[in-house]
Write a new protein. Structure first.
Length: 73
């Protein structure tokens, strides 16, 4: 009877694979403004919209880098 006690133990659960993904906000495509018009004022507006778009994309890259360092890679 003593030998049968080891057979009654249940196996521990198999660990689940957890996949950690970066925040969803970094998956939005970056806006690529188009030049509309042919004046110097239009060119300045275009440069400002390009700068804004570049800052948004740089923020997404910074978020990805922060996520990567927090995950431990």
């Amino acid at each position: 009877m003593l030998l049968l006690t080891s057979c009654s133990k249940t196996l521990p659960p198999v660990p689940e694979l957890v996949i950690s993904l970066p925040p969803e906000t970094v998956f939005t495509p970056c806006e690529q403004p188009a030049l509309q018009g042919d004046t110097w004022g239009d060119a300045v507006s275009y440069a400002l919209s390009l700068q804004t778009s570049l800052q948004i994309c740089a923020g997404q890259v910074a978020t990805l880098n922060q996520w990567r360092s927090s995950v431990g890679r």
